[in-house]
Design a protein around this ligand. Structure first.
Ligand code: COA
Length: 284
């Protein structure tokens, strides 16, 4: 087989090699009559593999163990929805009243899952991994947590990803997810070290602030993604996958409710204007 380098990119079109190499993938082998994901035939996967396990296969190239699959499933189902107070859900509902289709409503909503809302899991995994690396380099966990937090705050500011919540003094999702991690760790399915690190960060934050800054859904699912060995950017990608379920449900419900052109607050509430007082346009 000629290499692209040897051909200078100029493989004759008639042998099809240039176009086959253009999008090369190890994810799917798709030819007439054949659909295989990382080698597994689709007809063998259908009925045997759940959605979360399929996501794992697509991203990792292997099937998860039953316990790993269940843990991923728990993280994905736990974050599907947080109601119209969550910007992503409110945006899905507003978009649905604007005469666009479900795909537009979903894309609008997914677009706001950033560092502060929904996407914080990516930074949280990075923080946990940074603390783990400090422990591997010889620090005690307490010292590693302190140093990791200091380094993060120096770089990104005082808000630590995966902790704090606008509504919940204790996010009910976090302890339950951590309980599942503990069970998986006891069974030897995951290391358990990232759960310990996240709890250490939570304790250190409380000590520093003099009040609890509890782990939130992003922080807890980040523990699961780190325990399962997902790279940090995939924590955000997987959260988007999960929240898309709630986004779709709310966009669909709103489209059936039939509201038209709904803004973020009822129309009797006018946003506060704090600009210059009324004035004449100057003569030009
Ligand atoms: C989610 C979040 C925006 C909620 O913020 P909030 O309830 O409006 O919190 P406030 O801005 O009112 O802050 C209240 C106090 O708690 C502290 N605090 C809140 N979340 C904190 C965090 N993640 N790290 C450190 N301190 C935090 C604030 O510093 C503030 O203390 P101060 O009064 O001494 O300045 C905030 O916790 C945050 O940005 N968390 C990190 C991002 C994240 O995990 N997002 C996913 C949310 S599910």
């Amino acid at each position: 087989m000629r290499s692209r380098e040897a051909d200078g990119g100029a493989v004759p079109p008639e042998d099809g090699l240039a176009s086959r190499q253009w999008w090369h993938t190890s994810i799917i082998d798709m030819r007439p009559g054949v659909i295989r994901y990382h080698g597994y035939a689709i007809q063998d996967l259908i009925g045997n593999i759940g959605f979360a396990q399929m996501a794992w296969l697509m991203l990792r190239g292997e099937l998860p163990s039953a316990r790993q699959g269940r843990l991923l499933e728990a993280a994905l189902m736990a974050a599907v929805d947080h109601g119209p107070q969550a910007p992503s859900i409110a945006i899905a509902r507003m978009a649905a009243t604007c005469g666009v289709g479900l795909n537009n409503a979903m894309a609008s909503a997914v677009n706001v899952l950033g560092d502060v809302h929904g996407g914080a899991g990516e930074q949280a995994v990075e923080l946990y991994q940074d603390v783990a690396a400090r422990v591997d380099a010889g620090a005690s966990q307490e010292a590693a947590v302190r140093a990791g937090l200091d380094a993060f705050i120096e770089l990104h500011g005082k808000f630590v990803p995966g902790f704090g919540h606008r509504f919940h003094p204790l996010d009910p999702r976090a302890p339950r997810l951590l309980q599942l991690v503990d069970e998986a760790a006891a069974a030897g399915a995951v290391p358990g070290r990232y759960a310990a690190i996240a709890r250490g960060i939570e304790a250190e934050l409380e000590a520093r602030k003099g009040k609890p800054i509890p782990m939130n859904i992003d922080g807890a699912t980040a523990v699961i993604y780190a325990e399962l060995g997902f790279p940090a950017p995939l924590a955000r990608g997987l959260f988007c996958l999960s929240r898309s379920v709630g986004i779709l449900a709310h966009a669909w419900e709103q489209s059936r409710q039939g509201g038209r052109n709904k803004g973020p607050i009822p129309r009797q509430y006018i946003p506060l204007y704090d600009g210059p007082p009324p004035r004449e346009v100057p003569e030009r």
